[in-house]
Unconditional design. Structure first.
Ligand code: PMV
Length: 298
């Protein structure tokens, strides 16, 4: 039996704009992950430690077919066991992590050596099954398991000068990335000038954030997260539950906070420091059932 893992992720800057060719920044969240075990069986079957959500269920067979096609193997007699600690449909990249863990596990089962680049390419194709028009940022950060700066389909590993401390809190509302992204697309088509100007501003913020990461300017990063959240509100992907979590984190002393991922539910991410960390976690736990603390090291 072969076992493979892939981490969750959180987008720190640039979601939605990244779909239109602007830059985005995302980091892996290693204390939330998907583990896939692959073993021989007489026919294809799978088991999961939780209910799969609609898109996952619809896509799992297609996803496995795509992986087999890409790996050029035609034997499908496998039993796949999926274990996940990534909250689903929440902006933590569970679909990308599922794809990456499956690709790695199946490849290993058939003794196929894959480069990270190839895993990322296959995962990008898989993301299309889930999201329609993905930017590629999710599969990239999950494949490499490192902070990435993603721009126009190309990625650079992001160099952090100092560690960053993040608190992620879930609204409990499941949100479909595909639906939210297509809603933004409709509004973009309708109000092109206004939306292009908003994406320009998000793009500028992401560029400034890249520099702030490289220079270890943590407070500046917090301010940029707040500004990014305000712009995401303007493109109408926030909701009152996300805004409430963001405000709660800020009131408890977070350096910055924003929704993370597609929005309309899912998660927020707050940037904290040693002195605010416990207060922010405590305050968020009062209104969120799923609070994750994670450190991203240089
Ligand atoms: O909600 P998530 O984690 O799947 O993130 C989606 C990020 C978007 O920028 C909204 C879409 C994309 O493909 O980049």
């Amino acid at each position: 039996m072969e076992t493979a893992k892939a981490p969750g992720k959180i987008i720190l800057f640039g979601e939605h704009a990244v779909v239109y060719g602007y830059p985005g920044i995302a980091v892996p969240v290693k204390n939330a992950e998907i583990e896939v075990s692959v073993s021989h069986s007489d026919y294809f079957s799978y088991e999961t430690d939780r209910e799969l959500y609609k898109e996952e269920k619809e896509c799992l067979n297609e996803l496995v077919d795509l992986i087999f096609f890409q790996l050029e193997v035609d034997k499908k007699e496998l039993h796949i066991k999926i274990k996940s600690t990534i909250p689903i449909a929440s902006g933590m990249g569970s679909s990308a992590a599922l794809a990456v863990a499956l690709i790695k596990g199946i490849a290993e089962h058939f003794d196929i050596l894959l480069t990270e680049k190839k895993i990322n390419e296959i995962a990008f194709e898989s993301e299309k099954l889930f999201h329609g028009t993905p930017s590629g940022i999710d599969n990239t950060v999950v494949t490499y398991g490192k902070p990435v700066y993603f721009y126009d389909g190309e990625m650079q590993l992001l160099k952090l000068k100092k560690p960053i401390y993040l608190v992620i809190a879930n609204t409990g509302i499941k949100s479909s990335t595909k639906e939210v992204v297509s809603g933004v697309r409709q509004r973009y088509e309708r109000y092109k000038e206004e939306y292009s100007a908003l994406f320009d501003k998000i793009g500028e913020i992401t560029e400034k954030a890249k520099t702030a990461f490289e220079n270890g300017e943590i407070e500046q990063l917090g301010e940029l997260m707040d500004k990014n959240h305000a712009l995401l509100q303007q493109i109408d992907v926030s909701c009152k539950e996300l805004d409430e979590l963001v405000e709660t984190a800020k009131l408890a002393g977070a350096l910055g906070a924003k929704l993370a991922g597609a929005g309309k539910g899912g998660n927020i991410v707050a940037l904290v420091d040693e002195s605010s960390k416990d207060k922010v976690i405590e305050a968020l736990k009062k209104i969120s059932k799923n609070v994750i603390y994670t450190e991203i090291k240089p």
